[in-house]
Each structure stands twice: as structure tokens, then as C-alpha cells.
Design a protein around this ligand. Structure first.
Ligand SMILES: NC(=O)c1ccc[n+]([C@@H]2O[C@H](COP(=O)([O-])OP(=O)(O)OC[C@H]3O[C@@H](n4cnc5c(N)ncnc54)[C@H](OP(=O)(O)O)[C@@H]3O)[C@@H](O)[C@H]2O)c1
Length: 247
């Protein structure tokens, strides 16, 4: 049983899917949790009902500097400190490479890659006793998946930013790592025109015999948020039931 009693954690996109599972896992371990969301307040309020303590609910776009500043003003006022940041919120334009525009690039990379830097820059001054920063990535960072060009590029950038932040922050006792998940059946998959094929292909090829679930990702996040991961810096931990090792 991992105990994180009294630790303060921010989970972006913590109102649905993988972020929700991470928020619930951290709350279960004793953390005070701040849940960021963008549009769907009802979903955030539903998560709040499941947590051990009422969370801070922080509406804001992680790619908008003003919104990120406002979120941290609340954290500063309510907690005055922060121990854990999980940069989980993501979006992205799903199109073939030849149809992509600069606007699509900014939309996807601002939310999926830049946000990690923006959050880290605000969080580190509040991490007086060390901390944990986690980015949520996907196998698309290193594989070519139809229509996934920009999200894949954004996740590759995220993993690189994780390594650079880790090098910079290790001396402050801050661990920065990424978790890269295989296919997880969340609302995000509804945006894929080949959703059913993605799921069945993944189920068939996964040695562990089932899809990764949000809770599986949350358990890895819990481990990375604990003292057990003290010497893990700048890594991307793959959780995919073995999907990516199969030829
Ligand atoms: N699902 C998969 O197969 C899979 C696989 C590997 C990695 N991942 C990664 O896991 C993470 C979570 O994915 P998911 O599948 O759980 O997604 P999801 O179910 O679609 O949930 C997305 C969450 O992010 C929030 N969000 C979206 N854009 C935002 C923004 N600009 N600012 C703040 N919050 C924003 C949403 O809030 P609202 O509801 O309020 O809009 C929601 O809480 C992402 O980084 C994703 O790339 C997913």
C-alpha cells in the first residue's frame, strides 16, 4: 500500500478517462487533489463525489498561459505548495500528414507538449521539498499510426521535454517521467474513425490478453509519485500489456 497522505497533486484532464483514474488513485493514497478540466464541469463534479476529500476543481485550457496562471493562483492560495503534477490533458488533430496545417500543429503541440513545460515552470517554485512531475504519452511517439502524425509528434516532444526537465530538476529532488500507454478505451477513441479496428487489433496482439485500462495507468502513476521511484529520472515507462514488444 503506497501512502501519500497530505501530498498535494494536480492532475490535468482529471475529469475523465485516464486522468480521472489517476485522480482517484492519488486520492485513495491520501493526496489532496486538484482536478483540471476544460469543458465538461459535470464530469469533474462526478469525480469529486468519488474522492476521499473534496478536490479543487480548476477549469482551464492547459495551452492558455492565462488559464494556467489562474489555476496556479488558486493552488497557491488554497495550498501554498504542490508535490505532484500529472500532465495528462491532451487533444489533437487526426489527419493524414499531407492535410495538416500550421494551425493544426499549434493546436496539438500547444496542448500536448507545451503544457508540460508551462505546468512545470509554475509548479517547481511550489515544490519546496521535492516533487514528482509526470507526462502521459502514447506509443505513437515512436510508431507510425494512420492519422496520428501530430499527436505522435506531440508525444515525442513530450518525452524529450521530460528528459530535459528531469536533468534540470533532479538536484531539487524532483523526478520527471512519462508513462506511455497502449490503447485504452476512453472517450478519446471516439475521435478515431477506425476505433473498432484499433481496439480489436490491440486486443488480438497484446500478449497480456486484454486492453490496458485507465486503472492500470493510474497504478504506474501512483508508483512514480511514491518514494519507491526515487532514482527514476527522465524515463518513459511503457504500459501496454506487451503490445509493443511483439513483432
Ligand atoms: N485513450 C488512449 O488510448 C490513450 C493511449 C495512450 C495515451 N493516452 C493519453 O492519456 C491522456 C488521457 O487520455 P484519455 O484517453 O483519458 O482522454 P479523454 O478521456 O478524452 O479525457 C481528456 C481529458 O482532458 C481534458 N482536456 C482536453 N483538452 C484540454 C485542455 N486543452 N485543457 C485542459 N483539459 C483538457 C478533458 O476535459 P473536458 O472533458 O472538460 O474537455 C478530459 O478531462 C492523454 O494524454 C492521451 O494522449 C491515451
Amino acid at each position: 500500500m503506497i501512502e501519500l497522505k497530505g501530498k498535494k497533486a494536480l492532475v490535468t484532464g482529471g475529469s475523465r478517462g485516464i486522468g480521472r483514474a489517476i485522480a482517484e488513485e492519488l486520492s485513495q493514497a491520501g493526496c489532496d487533489v486538484a482536478i483540471n478540466f476544460l469543458r465538461n464541469k459535470k464530469a469533474a463534479e462526478d469525480v469529486a463525489k468519488n474522492l476521499k476529500k473534496p478536490p479543487l476543481l480548476l477549469k482551464g485550457n492547459v495551452s492558455n498561459e492565462k488559464d494556467v496562471s489562474s489555476m496556479f493562483e488558486v493552488i497557491q492560495k488554497e495550498w501554498g505548495a504542490l508535490d505532484i503534477v500529472v500532465s495528462n490533458a491532451a487533444s489533437g488533430v487526426l489527419k493524414p500528414p499531407m492535410e495538416l496545417t500550421l494551425h493544426h500543429w499549434h493546436w496539438t503541440l500547444d496542448i500536448n507538449s507545451w503544457a508540460l513545460l508551462a505546468l512545470a515552470q509554475k509548479a517547481v517554485p511550489l515544490m519546496k521539498n521535492g516533487g514528482k512531475i509526470i507526462g502521459i504519452s502514447s506509443l505513437g511517439s515512436v510508431r507510425a499510426i494512420p492519422n496520428y502524425t501530430l499527436v505522435g509528434a506531440s508525444k515525442a516532444a513530450l518525452e524529450s521535454i521530460v528528459r530535459h526537465l528531469a536533468q534540470e530538476l533532479a538536484s531539487k529532488k524532483i523526478n520527471v517521467n512519462a508513462i506511455s500507454a497502449g490503447v485504452v478505451d476512453t472517450d478519446a477513441l471516439k475521435h478515431f474513425s477506425n476505433r473498432d479496428q484499433l481496439i480489436s487489433n490491440s486486443q488480438q496482439k497484446t500478449p497480456a490478453g486484454r486492453l490496458v485500462e485507465p486503472k492500470d495507468v493510474a497504478k504506474v502513476a501512483l508508483f512514480l509519485c511514491s518514494d519507491l521511484s526515487e532514482m527514476i529520472h527522465g524515463q518513459t515507462i511503457i504500459i501496454d500489456g506487451g503490445y509493443s514488444i511483439v513483432a
